[in-house]
Ligand binder design. Structure first.
Ligand code: HEC
Ligand code: HEC
Length: 163
């Protein structure tokens, strides 16, 4: 079957679009995760990858991540103490188990809030949702990493993850 979610790259937009609509209907509605609203967080946490929605991880994961920005998945993402406090405050206040709960969808299902992964891409529900994605697609030059949400979810920056 044709893989319908990267119509621009694959170049059969017309067919793809109707399949997307069909899939959307099957998935039962929209998947919205409020984009990061704080300008400091957007800037500091959006320079290497898109700023991930706070509601995609529980507060505990954000706190652990913010406690070690020097070794951030192999990169040094450290910021000064004042900035770190502001970012942590925002992420914790809008996390999946706090203020962001209304957006966190079913993404956190089956995850202990005090022992969750640091990666969104390691959440069991995320893994399940992406099982259909083939190896070559992850390796495609326009994707390269699972963390590159916007490569496949064109409206990710606006908070939508439907297609
Ligand atoms: C210097 C570059 C850089 C900065 C700045 C940065 N990150 Fe990252 N981040 C990375 C890299 C590299 C990865 C691993 C990406 C991959 O697996 O392809 C990553 C991964 C992540 C992931 C996990 C993605 C997944 O796989 O689910 C989260 C969440 C994250 N970053 C949050 C943040 C937050 C919050 C900030 C701001 C404090 C931030 N990042 C700033 C480089 C950066
Ligand atoms: C290689 C392409 C690709 C990448 C990269 C990717 N996704 Fe997906 N994503 C998909 C596909 C395909 C689906 C399944 C859509 C469906 O079944 O309706 C999906 C489904 C989802 C869903 C469930 C929505 C639904 O309709 O059921 C969410 C939420 C989601 N992705 C979030 C993310 C996040 C967050 C990232 C980055 C950390 C990401 N995705 C990276 C392709 C991708």
């Amino acid at each position: 079957m044709t893989i319908p979610y990267r119509p621009l790259v694959l170049g059969f937009a017309a067919i793809a679009f109707s399949l997307v609509l069909l899939q959307r209907a099957q998935a039962g509605g929209s998947h919205f995760f409020a984009p990061v609203a704080d300008p400091v967080v957007r800037e500091e946490c959006g320079s290497c990858h898109m700023p991930f929605a706070a509601s995609m991880l529980p507060a505990d994961s954000w706190q652990r991540m913010m406690g070690n920005l020097k070794d951030h998945f192999g990169d040094d993402a450290s910021v000064d103490a004042e900035t770190a406090r502001r970012i942590t405050g925002y992420l914790v206040a809008n996390a999946a188990d706090t203020g962001g709960r209304r957006y966190s969808d079913k993404l956190l299902r089956g995850v202990a809030m005090n022992n969750a992964p640091l990666r969104i891409t390691e959440l069991p529900k995320w893994v399940r949702e992406h099982r259909k994605v083939a190896d070559w697609e992850w390796k495609h030059k326009d994707v390269r990493t699972r963390a590159n949400c916007a490569a496949c979810h064109r409206d990710a920056e606006r908070g939508y993850y439907d297609e």
